[in-house]
Design a binder for this molecule. Structure first.
Ligand SMILES: [Zn+2]
Length: 77
């Protein structure tokens, strides 16, 4: 039996994004080790699973793995 609701994350090309977007995502971070925001991220990898998209990378300060989930807001008209 397979579970159809289970979606495997797919690796996306983070560097295909516009440079300004890349800069924003790499700067707007939260590190659970440092307990500080916007320390920065290095070695970013973008993943997508279903309608979720997130970026995994390492904290610039301590090297801990950090995740930034991308939230797309629906424009209600
Ligand atoms: Zn850190």
């Amino acid at each position: 039996m397979t579970n159809a609701a289970e979606v495997k994350p797919v690796l996306k090309d983070f560097f295909a994004r516009p440079v300004e977007e890349q800069q924003d995502f790499l700067q707007q971070t939260w590190c659970n080790e440092c307990m500080e925001m916007d320390l920065g991220m290095k070695n970013p990898q973008e993943f997508e699973a279903g309608d979720r998209t997130w970026i995994e990378g390492e904290c610039v300060k301590c090297g801990t793995k950090i995740i930034t989930e991308l939230v797309f807001e629906d424009d209600e008209e």
